[in-house]
Ligand binder design. Sequence first.
Ligand code: PLP
Length: 387
Amino acid sequence: MGNKKNIIKKPGVKTLSIHHGETFSEETGCVMPPIFSTSTFKHGNKGNFDYTRSGNPNFKILENILKSIEESKYCTIFGSGISAVTAITSSLKSGDKILCESNLYGCTVRMFDKIFKKFGIQVLYTDLANKENLKKIKDFQPTLIWLESPTNPLLKVLDIKLICDEANKYKIPVVLDNTFSTALIQKPLELGATLSLISTTKFINGHSDALGGAVLTNNEEWNSKMLFSQKALGLQPSPFDTWLITRGVKTLPLRIEQQTKSAEIISKEIANHRIISKVFYPFNQKHPQFNLAKSQMKSGGSMITLKLNLNKSDTFKFCKSLRYFSLAESLGGVESLICHPATMTHASVDDKTKNLLGIDDSLIRLSVGCEDTNDLISDILFALNRF
Ligand SMILES: Cc1ncc(COP(=O)(O)O)c(C=O)c1O
């Protein structure tokens, strides 16, 4: 029998989110990292730092934490989620093709359609929840496949492993935007994705006071491309924002636990209200991909989308009459938010596409925060009962 006491177990995610090899504290003993507010570094330093556009001790600290919770080899951080999208897409060349899930975050679609198409990149959108459409991987032979799951704002769940297995047959890299879930709910690289993208502005930071993005991968070549994009395109974050996100991520597991527990309860409690015609929530039994969501995700997440039996003006009245849900862009913070995707996050998507997807004026998206669940339920029911 071995000595059980001496076996060092792999730390849990709550530990990994807090401890990150505190090399910065060797001389001073500081428990929290300082903000390395410097644009440049003296040549010959131990960390091999050169210029903050291509790396900074604050970046390293956050990258190490994100790598450890995602269990990836590499991580590169950026100034925003959209900078991370830019970093990946700009590594393509004219004539390359991206096959995308039809429901993506509006600004990702805007970047593909308004910027990268200009440079000769072809983009094809298709409903990848429909297995029939997987044959487009073989037929279209894209250079890259772009997924979100659950999608923004319809919370459609894609079979990540199935899509990656198909893509891997043709050696096509897959990007999974994991902003809505984080590695705590699903790990894209384990499911076969080449790149896991995350807007750290949202759940990772959790306090709505900084912007950031990250790309995680196990592929050395893609890691070099990300480091190159960070410095060549000037996509780096600021040391201060990175420091804030490093502080925020320490409570990520606790926040996610509370937020997802609340969201699942709320999605059930409000489902039968006469003003709600449809609830979109991955762990709702009526969700079209309920079984897949249950097998792919550790929890249903803390985003809920609702279709209301109200016209546009009453939908806005409802949004503005809530006490704890602020009508605002963004998601994933400790405070609850509500958003009207058709005129906010997806305003840049053309009307025809929005209609086809079902992003209409009666659709609203909730980001459930860390407030008491009962307060949030009462808030929503009180606002609904006014109609
Ligand atoms: C799914 C998704 N990806 C990317 C982004 C972009 O992130 P950022 O706002 O940090 O640029 C967002 C922003 O809402 C998002 O919802």
